[in-house]
Write a protein that binds this ligand. Structure first.
Ligand code: MN
Ligand code: MN
Length: 312
């Protein structure tokens, strides 16, 4: 039988458009250390949509990435086996159906003892990833880089949205908030007590202005104090970075971090027991010169680098 194009009624057109770092497409999960997993879902966005094109945007410019991390002294592909799993077939417009699909495919990936490298999608997808992580690893620590805490109860009267995943994750027992940390929050807020509410949920939240006072070394120390030896999921919302460096995102906040500072922070938090990672909220339609996608590709690369160093 001749080949036929995938039908858009089961596999959205923006899925499976290319491979991260020009790595092979994973046809067999057995024996792999990591899998790049696109999660092109943006129905959870409250303002600008477009992060459904994030995985493809990141993959497209990730052709720039080479395997050697000179600063960490490691060739990631000498140390790690992995490739591009492709995209999870989300259901545009339907968050709970999408969550079910994400969870099911993540279960399959985790069953092979693989560390998933999720490419969002908006931040609502992380809840579904964590549901799967919980089944495999129990309640994990969360390291959460973001300009927003994402701990609202309801948004537009709805429980599932990119502004609510970490309240839901605590309620569902997916993460241990007392061993988790939220970093980089800033910008104007509706709720003046939001940082206090994070603490009430059990998190430690360090807003950007306090991080600036602390300096990088003390920030790293604070993360270590929270996470310790626990299993940990790192979730990185690209709006942690200043929109001057990362304009291609749905809900930008000014006064953020530079590309260099973010890469430097990731390089210094390698010594943890990581079980998963995602980079979310890249919306290429608001990008300029693909700089946001390029930064996201580099952040994923730095994360793979710290995994590779640990494996040495
Ligand atoms: Mn977020
Ligand atoms: Mn955010």
């Amino acid at each position: 039988m001749n080949n036929k194009p995938a039908t858009a009624s089961t596999s959205p057109r923006f899925c499976n458009m290319g491979n991260f770092m020009r790595l092979p497409k994973l046809t067999d999960l057995k024996g792999q250390d990591f899998a790049i997993v696109g999660i092109p879902f943006d129905t959870g966005s409250s303002f600008r949509v477009g992060s459904r094109f994030g995985p493809n945007g990141i993959r497209q410019i990730s052709v720039m990435m080479k395997p050697n991390n000179v600063i960490l002294g490691v060739n990631i592909l000498d140390k790690l086996k992995g490739g591009d799993y492709g995209d999870i077939n989300v259901v545009p417009g339907y968050i709970e159906k999408s969550y079910a699909n994400i969870e099911k495919e993540m279960d399959e990936i985790l069953a092979h003892n693989i560390i998933p490298i999720g490419l969002g999608g908006d931040h609502s997808v992380t809840l579904a990833e964590l549901r799967s992580i919980k089944k495999k690893h129990g309640a994990v620590s969360l390291i959460h880089f973001d300009s927003h805490a994402d701990i609202n109860d309801l948004v537009f009267g709805e429980k599932y949205n990119h502004g609510t995943p970490f309240r839901r994750a605590v309620e569902e027992g997916l993460i241990d908030p007392h061993k988790s940390i939220q970093l980089g929050m800033r910008g104007s807020l509706y709720d003046a007590d939001e940082f206090k509410k994070s603490a009430e949920l059990g998190f430690r939240l360090i807003p950007t202005h306090e991080m600036r006072e602390m300096g990088v070394e003390n920030i790293i120390k604070a993360i270590k104090e929270r996470v310790g030896d626990n299993k940990v999921f790192l979730t990185f919302d690209i709006d942690f970075i200043d929109p001057a460096y990362a304009p291609g995102t749905g809900t930008p906040e000014v006064g953020g971090w530079s590309s260099y500072e973010a890469l430097q922070m990731i390089r210094k938090i390698g010594d943890f027991n990581y079980v998963g990672f995602d980079i979310v909220e890249v919306a290429p339609c608001y990008d300029a010169g693909e700089i946001t996608s390029l930064l996201a590709a580099n952040i994923a690369f730095e994360f793979l680098s710290i995994l590779a160093v640990k494996k040495k």
